[in-house]
Design a protein around this ligand. Structure first.
Ligand code: AMP
Length: 418
C-alpha cells in the first residue's frame, strides 16, 4: 500500500515523501480512508503507531480543498509536549499547502497565542485549560469547527481534564466530525466516546499493548543497587538515545546530575522545570546534544523523539497503562528498541500485570560481571524465572549476549562528554 492510494492532494503526497514516509503504517492504512469519507473514528492505538499523521493528513486534505481564515479543526491533547509534537508534524506535512496552525497551552505567554489566533488560523492544537481560558476571554470562536480530534483521550481523563472536555464539547457545533484516539478503554472513556461519536468506525491496531517492535527485559535488583546497576548497564550496552524513567521528580533530577558527573551527556525532564527548560531538554535530546534523558511520566508525555534505542524503567511504573506509554517512546513506527525494567520483589504484582498485558513472560536478566552482593536475582520472581542452563547452546549464547547487554553488532559505549 502507498500514500498515492488515498487520493490526497498531490502536494500533500509530495510532502509526505519529503518528510520520509514511504508506506502508511497500519493505523494510517485503516484510518485515513475512513476519515476522508467524513466518518467519526474511534482509534485505539498507542503512541508510536503513526496515529498523528493518521488524523492530520485527512485534516490537511480537507483544509486545502477550501481555504479560510476560520478555525476549522481543533485538536485537543493532554500535554504541551504532545501539542508541540502534533504542531511540528502539522508544519512538516503542511509545509507546501501552508495551512495555518497555532498551539495553545499554559505556562507560556497568552498574548502571543492570542495575536496568532487573531491573525487567522485554521487549526488550533490545544491543551484544555488554556483553550478554555482564551475562549472565556472572548479571543477564540469555536462555533465553525468542522473536525475535532481528542488525542490521548484516556490520558486527558487520567489528568482530570474530563470536565474541561465536556465544556469544550458544548462550544462546538453538533454537526462535526469527531476523531477520538486513546490507548486504553476504561469505563469513563468508553462512556465519553459513546456519547460524542456518531456511528463511528473503530480502528484498532493489534492489542492495546506496547508496540511489537520493542523487546522487554526485567532486571531483578534491590533498590539500593539500582544506580550501580544502571551505570554498569550503560557501560556494557550498545545504546543510542536512552530514556530513563523514575518515579519522582527528585530522583530524575538527581539521576541526571549523577550521570553528568560521570561524564554522560544527560539531562533531566521533570515537572519542577519551567516549560522553557523542559523544551530545551527535549530539543537537546532530539538534536543529540544529550544521549540520556532522566524523566518522570508526566514530563515525558508526548515526547516525540525517534530513534530512542532504550527505555529504562529505573522505577517500575505505577500502572500497566503507564508501562505502555513509557515503552511507546521506543520502537516507534517500524523501528526497534529495548525496554529494561528494574524491579524488586515489592514490584511482583505489577510485573505480573504487565506480563498479562504483553501476553508473555518478560525475559529475566542478570547482568554479568555485576556484584549483586548477597542478592540473588534468580531467587526473585521465582515462579517464572527461566533457567539459561536448560536452553540449547545457541539459545544459551544469545542469552549470554543479552546478559552482557549485547544484541546485534559490536559493543559501543554511550558517548561521553568531550
Ligand atoms: P505517532 O504514533 O503519531 O506519535 O508517530 C510516531 C512516529 O512515527 C513519529 O516520529 C512519526 O514521524 C513517525 N511516522 C508516522 N507515520 C510514519 C510512516 N508512514 N512511516 C514512517 N514513520 C512514520
Amino acid at each position: 500500500m502507498s500514500f498515492e492510494q488515498f487520493s490526497l492532494d498531490p502536494r500533500i503526497v509530495a510532502q509526505i515523501k519529503a518528510v520520509g514516509y514511504s508506506t502508511p503504517t497500519p493505523i494510517q492504512q485503516q484510518a485515513i480512508p475512513r476519515v476522508l469519507e467524513g466518518r467519526d473514528v474511534l482509534g485505539l492505538a498507542q503512541t508510536g503507531t503513526g496515529k498523528t499523521a493518521a488524523f492530520l493528513l485527512p485534516i490537511l486534505q480537507r483544509l486545502t480543498q477550501r481555504r479560510s481564515r476560520r478555525v476549522r479543526a481543533l485538536i485537543v491533547a493532554p500535554t504541551r509536549e504532545l501539542a508541540e509534537q502534533i504542531y511540528q508534524m502539522c508544519l512538516d506535512l503542511g509545509k507546501v499547502t501552508k495551512v495555518r496552525a497555532v498551539t495553545v497551552y499554559g505556562g507560556v505567554s497568552k498574548s502571543s497565542q492570542v495575536s496568532r489566533l487573531r491573525a487567522g488560523v485554521e487549526i488550533v492544537i490545544a491543551c484544555p485549560g488554556r483553550l478554555l481560558d482564551i475562549v472565556d476571554d472572548g479571543n477564540l470562536d469555536l462555533s465553525r469547527v468542522e473536525v475535532l480530534v481528542l488525542d490521548e483521550a484516556d490520558r486527558m481523563c487520567d489528568m482530570g481534564f474530563l470536565p474541561d472536555i465536556r465544556r469544550i464539547l458544548k462550544l462546538l457545533p453538533a454537526q462535526r466530525q469527531t476523531l477520538f484516539f486513546c490507548a486504553t478503554m476504561p469505563a469513563d472513556i468508553r462512556e465519553l466516546a459513546d456519547r460524542i461519536l456518531k456511528d463511528p468506525v473503530t480502528v484498532q491496531i493489534g492489542k492495546i499493548a506496547p508496540a511489537q517492535t520493542v523487546s522487554h527485559a526485567l532486571y531483578p535488583v534491590p533498590p539500593n543497587l539500582k544506580k550501580r546497576l544502571l551505570l554498569s548497564i550503560l557501560e556494557q550496552t550498545s545504546t543510542g538515545r536512552v530514556l530513563i524513567f523514575t518515579r519522582t521528580k527528585y530522583r530524575a533530577r538527581n539521576l541526571a546530575r549523577d550521570l553528568v558527573k560521570r561524564g554522560y551527556r544527560a539531562a533531566a525532564l521533570q515537572g519542577n522545570m519551567s516549560q522553557n527548560q523542559r523544551q530545551k531538554a527535549i530539543d537537546g535530546f532530539r538534536s543529540k546534544k544529550y544521549d540520556i534523558l532522566a524523566a518522570t511520566d508526566v514530563a515525558a508525555r508526548g515526547i516525540d523523539v525517534s530513534e530512542i534505542s532504550h527505555v529504562i524503567n529505573f522505577d517500575i511504573p505505577d500502572t500497566v497503562d503507564a508501562y505502555t506509554h513509557r515503552i511507546g517512546r521506543t520502537g516507534r513506527a517500524h523501528r526497534s528498541g529495548e525496554a529494561f525494567t528494574f524491579a524488586g520483589q515489592e514490584d511482583a504484582q505489577l510485573v505480573r500485570d504487565i506480563e498479562k498485558l504483553l501476553g508473555t513472560q518478560i525475559e529475566r536478566r542478570r547482568l554479568a560481571n555485576f556484584d549483586y552482593g548477597s542478592f540473588v536475582p534468580e531467587n526473585q520472581f521465582k515462579t517464572t524465572y527461566s533457567d539459561p542452563r536448560r536452553k540449547t547452546p545457541s539459545q544459551h549464547r544469545r542469552n549470554h549476549n543479552h546478559a552482557n547487554g549485547r544484541r546485534n553488532g559490536p559493543r559501543r559505549r554511550p558517548q561521553r562528554r568531550k
